[in-house]
Design a protein around this ligand. Sequence first.
Ligand SMILES: Cc1cc2nc3c(=O)[nH]c(=O)nc-3n(C[C@H](O)[C@H](O)[C@H](O)COP(=O)(O)OP(=O)(O)OC[C@H]3O[C@@H](n4cnc5c(N)ncnc54)[C@H](O)[C@@H]3O)c2cc1C
Length: 393
Amino acid sequence: MKITVIGAGAAGFAASIAAAETGAEVVLLERNDRALKKLLSTGNGRCKLSNVKLDAKRYHGDIRFVESAFNKFGLKDTIMFFQNMGIPMKREGDKLFPYSLQAASVSDMLRLYAEDKGIRLCTGVEAKKIKTDKGFTVITNQGNFACDKVIVAVGGKAASQLSGGGAYHLLTALGHSKGALMPALVPVKTEGTKALAGTKTDASIAMYDKDRLIAKENGELLFTEYGLSGPPILQLTAAMPRESGCELVVDLLPEFDSKHLLAILDARTKLCVPIEKYFTGFLKKTIGQAVIKDAGLKNTAPASSISRADLVRMVSLIKERKYKITGTQGWQQAQVTAGGIDTREFDEYMQSRKIPGLYAVGEMLNIHGDCGGFNLQWAWTSGVIAGRHASQK
Ligand SMILES: Cc1cc2nc3c(=O)[nH]c(=O)nc-3n(C[C@H](O)[C@H](O)[C@H](O)COP(=O)(O)OP(=O)(O)OC[C@H]3O[C@@H](n4cnc5c(N)ncnc54)[C@H](O)[C@@H]3O)c2cc1C
């Protein structure tokens, strides 16, 4: 069985290795001058390979066959897959990293293992078109590749500087449908964060679409010139229904309820300090200054002059400050693509229902996961399932 895999990213390597291990002759095409460019940037260079809380509920889009896919190739299989390659995993919280904590080591071992399995990796080869006549021919900038089956693993539009920005046309030209695309796991633009730009603080953030709570996350929030970032914000965008219009409600002191915080702030009015020092020792300086300014208080007045109404206003500013999302930081800063190729047109082996022998895997499908190793896990799972299936006669 001759299989051409298009795209030497995480999903393309998983598919190639699985196909070669089950006896197929595999050619792996990559448009970049080297394979696995995006993988090198994952997890800040440490590569979150997977997550021990693997669950179909952590995925978004059209997730009709995600659960059955994990039954075919799930967490334990993934751990064994890497173990066989010489990559034991290390757990940090729920996340699984390579034991070396280096994405580069995963990239090296995938390439060496693929070479050992006889996979022919061709870099600098960009697939332009797939022709379906007596098998398949992949037309590229470096000539044509004839084969029995094709696995398309060209990734999505996110971080296009690393992967080319999504060669969806390879499938749409064959009659497959593509839904709208949106950057996900991405910082968001909002008004009103400039004064706090550069400040990091633990917070609880809820995202609302009109009055409907979409999701809530806790973690280290980062204020920036353009808006908000940090792990909880990236995570919230995994479930964001559209690029602008949703509202974030930020609680900067989630460990205290409003009543308790009011009592704490009331007690602080007894401090013999000017208002500009009222939060010193309790809140970060930038946050304290912003709350005082937004509550309309005068810095030089004594803390004892703060009224009950001022206290209530400050509690609200600390516990439920609202930020309207006006957009995202776009494709270059997105970690993953929401939307993509319509999964209804593919079966549970990632094979096209329209063109038998044609498969699509990884980020290009309309499936994306939460932060924390879920997206690479989808690349491993979908790639291995397609590779194994494609290698069968
Ligand atoms: C900064 C960053 C950090 C991330 N960190 C994590 C993490 O720690 N854990 C996690 O689970 N996920 C992480 N992700 C997401 C994860 O990297 C992706 O979900 C995953 O790489 C998708 O794999 P893929 O193989 O489908 O696509 P890709 O990895 O994008 O691979 C697609 C490949 O196809 C090639 N290609 C494209 N078009 C063509 C063509 N026409 N011909 C030939 N080749 C082509 C591309 O050059 C690319 O090499 C991160 C993403 C980013 C951007």
